[in-house]
Design a protein around this ligand. Sequence first.
Ligand SMILES: Cc1cc2nc3c(=O)[nH]c(=O)nc-3n(C[C@H](O)[C@H](O)[C@H](O)COP(=O)(O)O)c2cc1C
Length: 168
Amino acid sequence: MKKTAIIYSYNSQKSKKVAEKIIAAFGESNIEAINAEKLTKEVFENFSNFILSSPTWFDGELPNYWDEFVPDLEEMDLKGKTFTVFGLGNQKDYPENFCDAIGILVELLEECGAKVVGRTSLEGYNYESSRAEQDGLFVGLPLDQENQARLTNGRIESWVTQLIKEMD
Ligand SMILES: Cc1cc2nc3c(=O)[nH]c(=O)nc-3n(C[C@H](O)[C@H](O)[C@H](O)COP(=O)(O)O)c2cc1C
């Protein structure tokens, strides 16, 4: 597999913990961690495969660190690059916007020509609506540490197995 970057906020404790589980499942030598709060355009030139972490904040919005990077992202040509997105959310407290940020980022990436992999089943979640849902699947991996923390390890294990097959 080509060089893979995992981009997450080092300041978000919950996302960081989950990202570290993904890194362990991938094998540390196969993946490089990048702080989403210190992201530069060059990072997108230096890797072929990307795993992005985007928790949902502000009732269905991207967190600030991604929002600030969107103008740069919109100008990028990501053809030939492969992306996947995971995101923390809370299906009980925010059932109408569950993990919307995954869907927002994936839409942006696809507009830039990126290939997006790592779609997952809707089964096992209980919410009303989500921008992460498209054609009967989530366009990435939603994780809910507040209501379904016990399911996280299993979800990560099967997602990483899937990514290893789907990434170039
Ligand atoms: C003010 C606030 C707004 C939130 N909005 C949403 C939301 O719209 N959709 C969702 O699924 N989760 C929402 N959440 C839940 C967070 O995504 C969840 O707590 C997540 O674990 C945060 O991860 P982080 O601390 O790593 O950023 C919200 C949480 C807070 C405190």
